[in-house]
Design a protein around this ligand. Structure first.
Ligand SMILES: [Zn+2]
Length: 217
């Protein structure tokens, strides 16, 4: 393992965790963050630590294949889900898991978020599906979430929360924000007769634009 790279990724995950903790994406309990370190390892936030005191070296380096980890601190209980996503979706390098309020409204109702917002389909890839209910922290949850994430950068987790992914931590953070906003907008549209879904062609065009053409390249 490249120690310099490990330190960089630990610092980036720590910064993202603090940003998450001060965002509106966490109410009461905060979420957890991971980023790919190399083909075999990821860096994840530790379990049950007050986020104010988090230091880069507290971010846990975990072997994605067997979930063994280095150091004294235990990784988040959601580690199996993070590892599974990073292992099976090579284009994803960062994962943010939250229990944000409107995402949880939809997840608790087992209702997907229909594709009704431009930024939602651009960044998340379309309708946000709901991963079936499973016990948190289990391999079953990891499997259910991976299925709901197929072709998407975000998913709801039944009765639990949401997961958002990106090619880097900034993108994952944006995805988490857009997912929560889309859930809120959808709930709001129900008061005015319901949202109007975007068509498949436009969704495919916008997602392709974001993934392949957008930005400074
Ligand atoms: Zn959770």
């Amino acid at each position: 393992m490249n120690i310099e790279k490990a330190k960089q990724v630990q610092a980036a995950v720590c910064a993202a965790a603090k940003k998450l903790a001060s965002s509106n994406l966490v109410a009461g309990t905060w979420g957890n963050v991971s980023a790919r370190l190399d083909d075999d390892h990821m860096v994840v936030t530790p379990s049950g630590m007050p986020y104010e005191t988090l230091k880069p070296e507290d971010m846990v380096i975990v072997n994605m294949h067997d979930l063994s980890y280095e150091g004294k601190l235990k990784p988040t209980v959601e580690t199996p889900m993070h590892a599974r996503i990073l292992l099976e979706r090579p284009e994803i390098n960062a994962v943010i898991h939250t229990h944000s309020t409107y995402a949880l409204v939809m997840a608790a109702a087992h209702k997907p978020i229909p594709p009704i917002c431009d930024d939602q389909v651009q960044i998340l890839g379309g309708e946000v599906r709901v991963a079936r209910y499973t016990l948190p922290g289990t391999g079953e949850m990891a499997k259910a979430v991976l299925e709901a994430l197929e072709g998407r950068m975000g998913a709801l987790i039944a009765n639990h929360g949401a997961v958002a992914c990106g090619r880097n931590l900034d993108e994952a953070f944006t995805a988490a924000t857009v997912l929560e906003k889309a859930a809120q907008v959808y709930v709001g549209t129900r008061a005015v007769g319901g949202g109007v879904e975007l068509c498949k062609e436009d969704i495919a065009f916008m997602y392709d634009f974001f993934m392949n053409k957008y930005g400074q390249r």
